[in-house]
Design a protein around this ligand. Sequence first.
Ligand code: SAH
Ligand code: TRP
Length: 329
Amino acid sequence: MTVVPSEIEVHSYLAEGDERALADDVLDGLTRPFKELPPKHFYDARGAELFDRICDLPEYYPTRTERSILEARAEEIVELTCAAEIVELGSGTAAKTRILLDAMQDAGTLRRYVPLDVTEQMILETAAALVDEYPGLLVHGIVGDFERHLRHLPAPLGPRLVAFLGGTIGNFTPGSRRRFLRGLAKAMGPDDHLLLGTDLVKDPTMLEAAYDDSQGVTAEFNRNVLRVVNRELDADFDVDAFDHVAFFDREREWIEMRLRASSRQHVHIGALGLDVEFEPREELRTEISAKFTIKRLGADLAASGLELREVLTDPDELFVLSLSARPGG
Ligand code: SAH
Ligand code: TRP
């Protein structure tokens, strides 16, 4: 029997609909004229481990840059927000979040951590680790989709800092990004702040290297989505027959990630009774990662009903952490 400490509460909103959502996305995405899969399906246990390795790659500057900004400014963030709790969307292993939790603990405001992620295992492990590291901390974990389950956030215990780190906001297409931010603004109260991590437009060579590393970890991560489909939907993708492609689209200012069939492929997806053909060199889009200018960031926030309050960046202006809130709040 596992004993769950009384400080921890975990609610799952995925249990049923979850495979269904993958099935719908695969059916919809693989029968389009230009094939596409949404990115949230990358993160099974193996995907999460590969993502951790991406964060440590020399080419992947966003993680260490965001961490350095947090280290320099956490105290100020806590002072400005008076946060009693952190609500973290796409929390993963909460590696960088500890910098904020430490600052809240030092300021004496820390009461609760509310992680929300699609991967249940990460919520459970992170919750267990954090109540150990921060005596007295309450953890209210939510296993869910940040596009669908924000209404299940618990009533606040005090001013909230809603953290959305890692540049994950860039993985939305521009339209769904604004829809998401509008929903988030509605879920926030007048005392709450959004702490948003966004990657900035920069030299394309540096950007492309971050998504096509020399050790091939990102390539493996990209192909992992095919393994997920094979396992969950009884499909027979020949995973090694797909090559990793990553390029910066200069007009749209986003990195686009694709998988390219090295030869003609026939794929059967058992759970859907679906057969899919790939022409030689045909590509499947798996992810975009939008890069921002501070101007565009402010415009997106304003269009969603949020006011940009602070822009925190590193000396080379590679990455931005912004603080925003509801006007008048
Ligand atoms: N915040 C961490 C992890 C970023 S990776 C960091 O900054 O390093 C993106 C995380 O978001 C993963 O843990 C993934 O499981 C989660 N995620 C992706 N799409 C999601 C969705 N639609 N709803 C909830 N979580 C999602
Ligand atoms: N949110 C991360 C980003 O856009 C996710 C990410 C990093 C990613 N590397 C990746 C997603 C490679 C897919 C493939 O930077």
